[in-house]
Every structure is written in structure tokens, then in C-alpha cells.
Design a protein around this ligand. Structure first.
Ligand code: ADP
Length: 259
């Protein structure tokens, strides 16, 4: 009967609305637990350096330390932890912009070889300090111009090279190179550092994911570097690739289109 058909239609509508609501609720739950986990991570990351700064500063202000050398060591620890907080604050605001999609990607044509040279030069002092040899293994002029957001790609290179230096041993090397592959240029950041166990490889770009927490913290890492790299590259429709062998080193690669 027409009445029965109407009722069937109504029941079907109700059923469908119910399903949609369930999906929405699931999504909201997921977002909520994601948000909670994120806040938990952030407060944990903040606590460690803040506690250290408080502890060292209080000891210094008690005047209990008469040895000027120990005083200096304490001050250096305070500075190092303040730097960690600074890095964390900057990386967090970057992540927030990247994840909410409010970051604007400005695609231009730029000289990749020149950018590689610039970044390598900026990081040389840090490499020297750690007794790691950092070199650009490709003649800059040999590379074609590429398309991408120059400032963002600079950050990708900085984060990758910075890691290659941080997770290296004294006497190690970092090589930055690029090679043309048809209509793209492949960029490689290669190190012969500590390497990464296979089981960690597909989680490296998760926020706050670290293979060795204490080593990362000691190096001033925020645990967000590779997550930022992944976001920037995916805004370019590009993937980050990693190959690594424990004790032998790691190679991070990505491609950019030729302009
Ligand atoms: P972090 O601030 O801890 O360096 P990242 O997101 O940049 O955070 O990197 C995540 C983790 O990946 C690091 O904590 C480190 O364990 C590992 N890692 C990254 N790059 C390298 C590398 N070149 N060699 C060895 N391990 C690396």
C-alpha cells in the first residue's frame, strides 16, 4: 500500500541518518583522542626542559656552588634546555600551520644547486663542531632549475642534513647530492651515521617519534623535524624515501619536478 511504502521510505531515511551520525561520532571520537594524545605529547615535551631549567637555576641561585667551572656547566645546561624549548615552540607552530592547511605553498622556479650550496654552507659550522664532514657532492651548475616552494624546500634540506649530522659519529660524513631522472631531479642526503633499525623506518615521520629518545633530546631534537619534512613534501605531492642500515648509515631522498 502507499502508506506502507511511505513508512518503509521513512524507516530507510532514519536508518541512513543513523549511519551518518554514527560515522560523525566516530570521526569526532578519533579527532578527540588524536587531540588529547597531541596535548599529552606536547606537555611531556615541555616538562623535561622546564624541570631542568628550574632545577639548575634554583641550585645556582642558592649560591651553593662555589666552583666557577660547575657554575658555568649549569648555565650551559640552562641555555641548552632553553634552546630546546625555543626549537619546540617554533616546530609546533610550523606543524600547526601545516596540519590546518593554513600554510601557503608558493610554487616558483628556482635553482636547486644554489639552494643546496646555501644550506650546506649554513650547516657547516654545526658539522665541524661534531667533527662530521659535510659536503655537496654535486656541482650546483650541473642541475636544472626545479619547481617548488624554495623556502619550504630549504627547510626540508635543513632538517634532513641536520639529522644526518646529529645522528652521526665523530669522523663521519654527510653527502648532499642530486641527479636528474627524466623530468624530475632526485635529491639525496646521505650519511654514514648510526643508522635506523628497519622496524622504525615507517614511523619516523610521526610526530614526536624517536628511535632513541635520549639521543634525540641530547641533540636538541623536538621529534617534529621529519614530520615537518613529510608535510612540506606532501604539499608538493612528493614522498620522502628512507633507506638505512644500522651501523652503516642512512639515505633520505625525494624528487622535485624540473621547471
Ligand atoms: P628529532 O628532533 O628527534 O631529530 P626527527 O623527526 O627529525 O626528530 O627524527 C625522528 C627520529 O628519526 C630521530 O629521533 C632519530 O631517531 C631518527 N633519525 C632521523 N634522521 C636520522 C639519521 N639521519 N640517522 C639516524 N637516525 C635518524
Amino acid at each position: 500500500s502507499p502508506r506502507g511504502d511511505e513508512l518503509d521510505g521513512l524507516i530507510w531515511e532514519l536508518h541512513r541518518t543513523g549511519q551518518m551520525l554514527n560515522r560523525e561520532i566516530d570521526d569526532m571520537r578519533r579527532m578527540e583522542s588524536y587531540r588529547r594524545e597531541f596535548i599529552g605529547n606536547v606537555s611531556h615535551e615541555l616538562k623535561t626542559p622546564i624541570f631542568s631549567i628550574q632545577g639548575f637555576a634554583e641550585t645556582l641561585s642558592d649560591g651553593a656552588l662555589s666552583d666557577p667551572k660547575v657554575n658555568r656547566t649549569f648555565l650551559q645546561k640552562i641555555i641548552r634546555n632553553a634552546n630546546r624549548l625555543d626549537r619546540l615552540a617554533r616546530d609546533l607552530s610550523e606543524i600547526a600551520r601545516l596540519e590546518t592547511g593554513t600554510m601557503e605553498i608558493e610554487m616558483t622556479r628556482f635553482d636547486l644547486g644554489e639552494l643546496m650550496r646555501e644550506v650546506t654552507e649554513t650547516l657547516l659550522p654545526k658539522a665541524d663542531q661534531k667533527d662530521v664532514s659535510l659536503r655537496q657532492a654535486t656541482e650546483p651548475k650541473a642541475l636544472p632549475a626545479v619547481r617548488g616552494d624554495r623556502e619550504r624546500i630549504r627547510q626540508v634540506l635543513v632538517n634532513l642534513i641536520d639529522n644526518a649530522i646529529k645522528y652521526n659519529e665523530s669522523g663521519g660524513y654527510v653527502a648532499v647530492s642530486a641527479q636528474r631522472q627524466g623530468e624530475a631531479v632526485q635529491v639525496l642526503v646521505q650519511d654514514n651515521g648510526i643508522g635506523i633499525p628497519e622496524r622504525h623506518l615507517n614511523r619516523l615521520t610521526e610526530r614526536f617519534y624517536r628511535v632513541d629518545k635520549s639521543r634525540s633530546r641530547h641533540q636538541g631534537g623536538s621529534g617534529l623535524g621529519l614530520s615537518i619534512v613529510k608535510h612540506i613534501l606532501s604539499a608538493h605531492d612528493v614522498q620522502l624515501h628512507v633507506e638505512s642500515t644500522v651501523g652503516e648509515g642512512s639515505t633520505f631522498t625525494f624528487v622535485l619536478p624540473v621547471a
